[in-house]
Design a protein around this ligand. Structure first.
Ligand code: BTN
Length: 254
């Protein structure tokens, strides 16, 4: 459904935001705005992205009228950086709960899932002014009305609309997410936020294949304060994975 720009303005209230019908990526516009002095919480929103990017240099698709693509400018302390993407995933997961979506979880590090299928990805980029942290850009991509059936992502990705079985208003999703970021912001850097994120992780206790610079299979046992995943490999060695991706293996897989 097309975004009603008048309603968008109304619901964003006093929040500084910039909306673009089409952009290569909201991340770049948000970074430029940050460098020009964007305030904490400023939002860049695009209906369509032509060069959206995901973690690990993967492309991210945002066709028009069917997804949410936003980047939020955040003025975070250096010490709290590891928790910024946790905060994003938590805010999205809680927004989905409020919209009545069932079986919402987080796959390490920060994919939001519905019934095991990815509905949202979070990309955090940091901007430095020499050795000073200028700010953080949190990119959020949510599948609202995309239909993945018959595509390569069938069974791996899902839209909110498919999960709910009824149309969903993109503006409602957007506002809930932004509200979640605002309300959880005070918890950034705290053990409370870490616990809330950890409680929603569907990865813990599961057999996983880790795709970091190297690949291995093991059991995801824990996460630490920095959000790193601890995996016990097949030789019984505990390995710490700070960045990368995991595939949660089905129970019947050897
Ligand atoms: C991932 O799961 O790999 C993260 C995906 C992040 C996608 C969002 S969409 C809005 C923002 N702009 C981008 O180019 N990427 C992020």
């Amino acid at each position: 459904m097309t975004l009603d720009l008048r309603l968008l303005a109304e619901r964003m209230g006093n929040r500084p935001y910039r909306f673009y019908p089409t952009l290569p990526s909201t991340m770049d516009v948000a970074r430029d705005w940050l460098r020009e002095g964007a305030p904490h919480g400023a939002v860049v929103l695009a209906d369509e992205q032509t060069a959206g990017r995901g973690r690990l240099n993967r492309p991210w698709q945002t066709p028009p009228d069917s997804a949410l693509a936003l980047s939020v400018v955040l003025r975070a302390a250096l010490s709290a950086l590891p928790q910024v993407s946790m905060l994003g995933a938590l805010a999205v997961a809680e927004a989905l709960d409020k919209l009545g979506v069932q079986q919402v979880g987080i796959k390490w590090p920060n994919d939001v899932l519905i019934a095991g299928q990815k509905v949202c990805g979070i990309l955090v980029e940091v901007d430095w002014d020499g050795i000073t942290l200028r700010g953080v850009i949190m990119g959020i991509g949510v599948n609202i009305a995309l239909d993945f059936s018959g595509t390569d992502l069938d069974g791996q990705a899902i839209s909110i609309q498919t999960a709910l079985g009824s149309p969903v208003d993109r503006l409602d999703v957007l506002i809930e997410i932004i509200h979640g970021i605002d309300t959880r912001w005070a918890l950034l850097g705290s053990s409370t936020l870490l616990k809330m994120w950890k409680a929603r992780l569907v990865t813990l206790g599961r057999r996983v294949t880790v795709h970091a610079p190297y690949s291995f299979t093991g059991v995801a046992e824990d996460v630490d304060d920095d959000g790193a995943l601890w995996v016990r490999d097949q030789e019984g060695l505990r390995r710490r994975v700070l960045a990368g991706d995991v595939r949660v293996r089905d129970a019947q897989e050897t």
